[in-house]
Design a protein around this ligand. Structure first.
Ligand SMILES: O=C(CO)COP(=O)(O)O
Length: 214
């Protein structure tokens, strides 16, 4: 199970979380990545933790003010990028363009989706993985895998029907090792989480609990 911590725009210290994630990954052998604000990608990557961007734009080099260039985040140490999110909704054509941009820059890709139907559409674009995150459960206390196990199973089936090579992650309300374990039992290859770590008083102890569920 891959644990990807999306820091969104939370007022946490990205270096504290990155250092904790690096240490827990090294001690446990688990794959843990941190996805900070684009402006923090380089200094988070410098900690040695696997670093992901939260978004890349569909465009290549050129006259694109305000874009997040895939090549730039890759050059600054990112290994992958999230694409699309309930909190950053893109048109399908732009999701496609961002996946292509990430591929050009050798970034791994996870496309986020709200439901299994969107998972199928996203899987058709050929990312490395898709993540199902029901918007109503994001930021809550109950894990998607407990609150709505069927949505995870349906997402796994939807991706499998389109492209068995595309992994499925789940996210929303994930904060414990038990949540990670339940997600794995439902067929998820990893979890995407944010508030459980970003808002924690002690991110390292939350991460230690999370990897206990792998
Ligand atoms: O949106 C999410 C990750 O991308 C999930 O957020 P929470 O872990 O805060 O529910």
């Amino acid at each position: 199970m891959f644990i990807l911590v999306n820091l969104k725009a939370y007022p946490c210290d990205p270096i504290e979380v990155a250092t904790a994630a690096r240490d827990v990954a090294e001690a446990s052998g688990a794959r843990i990545a941190v996805s900070p604000q684009a402006a923090d990608v380089a200094r988070v990557a410098e900690t040695g933790v696997e670093t992901w961007a939260q978004h890349v734009s569909p465009n290549a080099h050129g006259s694109h003010t305000g874009s997040t260039l895939a090549e730039a985040v890759a050059d600054n140490g990112a290994a992958g990028t999230l694409i699309n999110h309930s909190e950053n909704r893109l048109k399908l054509a732009d999701v496609d363009g961002s996946v292509r941009a990430a591929e050009r820059a050798d970034l791994e890709t996870i496309v986020c989706a709200n439901n299994p139907a969107q998972v199928g559409a996203a899987a058709a674009l050929g990312p490395d993985a898709v993540a199902v995150e029901p918007p109503e459960l994001i930021g809550g206390d109950v894990s998607v895998a407990t609150a709505d196990p069927g949505i995870v199973e349906d997402a796994v089936a939807a991706a499998e029907a389109v492209d068995p090579a595309v992994d499925v992650f789940c996210g929303a309300g994930v904060s414990t090792g038990e949540d990670v374990s339940t997600a794995g039992d439902l067929g998820a290859a990893g979890v995407l989480l944010a508030s459980g770590v970003a808002k924690a008083d002690d991110p390292e102890s939350v991460l230690e609990d999370l990897v206990s569920g792998i």
